[in-house]
Design a protein around this ligand. Sequence first.
Ligand SMILES: C[S@@+](CC[C@H](N)C(=O)[O-])C[C@H]1O[C@@H](n2cnc3c(N)ncnc32)[C@H](O)[C@@H]1O
Length: 223
Amino acid sequence: MDVTLPLFDRPAEPAASDPPPGRPPRGRPVHVSGYEREGQDFYATPDWVTESLLRHVRLRGPVWEPCCGDGAMAKVLVGHGYDVVASDIADRGFGQAGVDFLACQGVPRGCRSIVTNPPYGDSGSHEGQSRSPAAMRGFLSHALALTESVQGQLALLVRLQWIAGARVADVMSAAPFAAVIVLTRRIRWFDMGEKTNHGQHHHAWVVFDYERPAGQGPVMLYG
Ligand SMILES: C[S@@+](CC[C@H](N)C(=O)[O-])C[C@H]1O[C@@H](n2cnc3c(N)ncnc32)[C@H](O)[C@@H]1O
């Protein structure tokens, strides 16, 4: 299973002229961070959720899963024949650890699509953390900029309600919004012990495609 490393630009050995830790060096497309995060914003996505995306969307690969957690989404993508580069800011035993997506200035070499379940979406596991719609908008804007740089595709799993916000509507409308895939089943997050979320919210995939023909609006689908 090819999930990791060869496509990443590896960071060079620190040089005297390198900026201090925590500040991404200029021109380094994929930022590898020494930051080790606690497990609070981790929850694995059930396979059927990723299957719902892949039933409707043919991705241009290779695919980058930049918040891969324990690889739940990446494994489904690989099972569908995609080459996947998987990374996460934390070490969850899968993919390349220590890669801060928000500090990355480019996509791993060769990747044409980004697919993930961002860290701000759902569940009681976010207590005490930034889970604001603004944080999620920032994540979306950054992901769109990286996707545009390769004229690629972006698929993000989000709460359905989140896309109704006025400010996110502006961001999404300005982007090549290709599809929303509404999940009619509610997600039951697992592997969270006492904090397991029992599916209070509906979710959707939002899909952007920089090769979408101009003037073509997004399609709404059910997954
Ligand atoms: C909600 S979990 C999703 C895991 C996986 N995508 C899935 O669907 O099963 C979010 C993941 O994002 C990671 N994460 C949080 N902030 C990140 C960042 N700035 N860069 C990369 N990964 C990050 C967390 O460590 C966590 O594993």
